[in-house]
Design a protein. Structure first.
Length: 279
């Protein structure tokens, strides 16, 4: 089997499993097996596929046809110009969440930032890598997610600037007891009843705890609004990602426990970043 024939083979398999972007993903799977880029793949269509390569390819195809996310299969996902390790038990970084990092960087010049619901750690680690004057607390209640965050902290060599934390009732004494300069969060915001309508890649594989925002999708915003005023310094900021215009309106109408609305930035029709200030 040549690479041209292999591409056709993979494409047909993925298409039959209703995989989105099956043409692109057939190339990506072949590149993963061969350790090449798409340009090389295109230029070497007559190259024969060896038996061990075909065996590896079929294993990846089987996983993708079961609708396992490509990021889990490859063990990594891009975010803010870098690659983060991901896998079973952690939310895959989304491109729209990069706007949360952009906004946080525009406000935070130095000090301590808490990433509540850190998952893979992509948000807090991107902030620390972009701004050497920041220190961070990466908080998540999921042991599986914390293991992925630990791997990414190790990957970027940031153990001296970030604390991994698994409690939500209190913050670590190392930095949290002096008051935070900023809290950033992409909390679970999908209403419970909507989980079943998500794409199979999300519904079947990504952790429900990172998706389910309760009956109306605002459960964890209420927790953040209640606790942020006691965690933040005066003038400190809370930045949250909000999914859906209706949910944005619901979040803005909630009790903010003394937090003042500072800014709303709409990323697209489905996501916005809302900024509150501690007074």
């Amino acid at each position: 089997m040549t690479l041209i024939e292999a591409k056709d083979y993979v494409t047909r398999k993925l298409k039959s499993a209703d995989v989105p972007d099956y043409l692109l993903e057939s190339d990506l799977l072949l590149c993963k097996v061969l350790g090449c880029d798409r340009a090389w793949l295109l230029a070497h269509g007559d190259r024969q596929v060896f038996d061990h390569e075909l065996e590896h390819l079929n294993a990846l195809i089987d996983r993708r046809c079961r609708r396992e996310p490509l990021a889990y299969i490859f063990g990594e996902a891009p975010f803010y110009g870098r690659t983060f390790l991901v896998g079973e038990g952690v939310l895959i970084p989304r491109q729209e969440t990069e706007i949360l990092v952009d906004m946080a960087l525009s406000f935070a010049k130095e000090g301590v930032v808490l990433d509540w619901g850190t998952g893979s750690g992509c948000v807090i680690l991107s902030l620390l890598l972009e701004n050497p004057s920041l220190r961070g607390i990466a908080l998540d209640l999921s042991p599986k997610a914390m293991r992925w965050a630990w791997r990414n902290v190790d990957r970027f060599g940031l153990f001296d600037r970030v604390v991994l934390w698994h409690e939500s009732a209190r913050l670590p004494n190392k930095w949290g007891d002096h008051g935070l300069d900023m809290i950033v969060s992409n909390p679970p915001y999908i209403p419970t009843a909507d989980i079943g309508f998500l794409m199979p890649e999300v519904r079947l594989y990504e952790p429900r705890s990172a998706l389910d925002g309760g009956p109306d999708g605002t459960q964890w915003y209420g927790f953040l609004f209640k606790n942020a005023p006691k965690w933040l310094k005066k003038g400190g900021l809370l930045l949250v990602e909000v999914g859906g215009r209706g949910r944005e309106e619901a979040v803005l109408s909630m009790d903010h426990f003394g937090l003042a609305l500072h800014e709303v930035k709409r990323v697209n029709n489905s996501v916005s970043i809302v900024v509150f200030k501690s007074e």
